[in-house]
Design a protein around this ligand. Structure first.
Ligand SMILES: [Cu+2]
Length: 185
């Protein structure tokens, strides 16, 4: 997770199903659509809803997942696809409201992210002691708190780890690809 400010706007709009249409070329929209869908696996591409950061629906979906392209203010790749539990999580997180998962929720970030503190849900940048992690391709899982007990919290343990442990926004990060992929495209 990252870029709190952008998330606030986008998740709110996505959750509301808003359609604030901004002028943009068809090609640019198609690029955004493809980029958003690159967060997930091929089997989900047709069924997912895709919403851009202005809240415009780029693709209507039916499988319960909402994909968003990389935030426009981000130099890098961090598209994501969230299920309904994750959308509720994101709304709570952006508004700093309580959240407790009552079932499993799964999110896809197969392009990786641009970095986050593993211990501070609202850190915007790396500090000496905030366990900054720039994760490669990964899945994210939220679960009722009791299911996270005993999970590792060290992002360098070589397997899944709990991010933001002990907060309402704790979730399991499941790396599925290299962290330091070559830059550029
Ligand atoms: Cu992530």
């Amino acid at each position: 997770m990252r870029t709190r400010i952008s998330w606030r706007g986008a998740i709110g709009l996505a959750a509301a199903g808003a359609s604030l249409v901004m002028a943009g070329s068809a090609a640019a929209q198609s690029d955004k659509l493809q980029e958003a869908l690159s967060a997930t696996w091929p089997g989900m591409v047709e069924g997912a809803t895709v919403v851009d950061w202005e809240g415009k629906v780029l693709q209507e979906g039916s499988n319960g997942y909402t994909c968003m392209p990389s935030p426009p203010d981000l130099a890098g790749n961090a598209p994501m696809c969230l299920d309904e539990v994750w959308l509720a999580w994101a709304k709570a997180w952006q508004n700093e409201e309580p959240f407790t998962a009552d079932r499993l929720g799964i999110a896809y970030m197969l392009q990786g992210d641009e970095g986050a503190s593993n211990i501070d849900p609202y850190a915007m940048q790396e500090t000496d002691d905030n366990q900054w992690v720039v994760e490669g391709p990964h899945l994210m899982v939220i679960a009722p708190p009791e299911l996270l007990e005993g999970m590792p919290t060290d992002p360098d343990n070589g397997g899944p780890y709990v991010m933001w442990e002990g907060t309402d926004y704790q979730h399991i990060m499941v790396p599925v690809g290299a962290r330091d992929e070559p830059e550029g495209d």
